[in-house]
Design a binder for this molecule. Structure first.
Ligand code: E4P
Length: 218
């Protein structure tokens, strides 16, 4: 399973990349706003840190303008994946850009039917949002199960399921059990994945015993 990091915080991405935990990055207009930086600068910096796909989202809502924004964003670096919303204009833009060899992430997917349409439009990635579905008392993980199953029924579909809006480690584990290819995780969730109280307790005990030996390895 590939791990993307869902943030526009360059320092976070750099430190996670040094630990080998970054296969790609996703951003959205809200994350860019939170960074307080110019979008083009942030995306260029992130693309230099990771060779994996870096999603940069368009903000136009009409096809011509969306396409122009997508073509502009892809010039930032060869690993930019243009992110488009799951609307008719977004799917049309997806079809044109993928036809030109550009990676495209279709975002804001909330149903299996939408995911089928994105695959038809040739999306590189489909981003179903599990946390936002859970927020409205709908089972987000069931959507992942449905999309994975449907895509497997049609082996010609090459679109990768990119599980988005992940809020906690269980979301990731469940998505992995279902066989989703990619998960995009906020840095805080990646750090939560590391933690286990028995790991901390076990390490403390080993180190206490080691100190009693009076030895040092180096
Ligand atoms: C994915 O590409 C989105 O940027 C993100 O996962 C949305 O997450 P949120 O619902 O926590 O804002």
């Amino acid at each position: 399973m590939k791990f993307f990091v869902d943030t526009a915080d360059v320092a976070d991405i750099r430190s996670l990349a040094e630990a080998g935990l970054v296969d790609g990055v996703t951003t959205n207009p809200s994350l860019i706003a939170k960074s307080g930086r110019k979008m083009a600068e942030v995306i260029a910096e992130i693309c230099a840190i990771t060779p994996g796909p870096v999603s940069a989202e368009v903000t136009a809502t009409e096809y011509e303008q969306m396409l122009a924004e997508g073509r502009h964003l892809r010039q930032i670096a060869t690993n930019v994946a243009v992110k488009v919303p799951l609307t008719e204009a977004g799917l049309r833009t997806c079809r044109t850009l993928t036809g030109e060899g550009t990676l495209v992430n279709v975002t804001l997917c909330f149903s299996a039917a939408q995911a089928l349409l994105a695959a038809k439009a040739g999306a590189t990635f489909i981003s179903p949002f599990v946390g936002r579905l859970d927020d409205i008392a709908t089972d987000g993980m069931q959507l992942i199960a449905d999309i994975v199953k449907i895509y497997r029924n049609y082996p010609h579909i090459k679109t990768e399921v990119l599980v988005a809006s992940i809020r906690h480690p269980i979301h990731l584990v469940e998505a992995a059990k279902l066989g989703a290819g990619v998960a995009t995780l906020p840095p805080a969730v990646i750090r939560q994945l590391l933690k286990h109280p028995l790991t901390d307790r076990g390490l403390d005990a080993f180190l206490a015993d080691w100190r009693k030996t009076g030895q040092s390895i180096l």
